[in-house]
Design a protein around this ligand. Structure first.
Ligand code: SF4
Length: 72
């Protein structure tokens, strides 16, 4: 498997919900990757295969650091 981390490689992203403060910042920044679950009142991942470039900003700005790659 090729594990070089270029922007062209798709990675598997997830939300560590235990730390989430429900600010909805991830949905604001990446509405095509994250959506809001109204019944759980939590965000969820709608498209787990993303490029690092797509989620770099939210990984750096999520106030609790909840956005993580789960394939490393
Ligand atoms: S940006 Fe982080 S803290 Fe805010 S809703 Fe998304 S995962 Fe939760």
């Amino acid at each position: 498997m090729n594990n070089t981390n270029t922007n062209d490689n798709y990675r598997e992203v997830a939300i560590e919900l235990g730390d989430c403060r429900c600010c909805q910042g991830c949905i604001d920044l990446n509405p095509d990757v994250f959506e809001w679950d109204d019944s759980l009142d939590m965000p969820y991942v709608t498209r787990s295969k993303v490029t690092e470039e797509e989620v770099r900003d939210i990984m750096n700005t999520c106030p609790e650091g909840c956005i993580v790659f789960v394939d490393e």
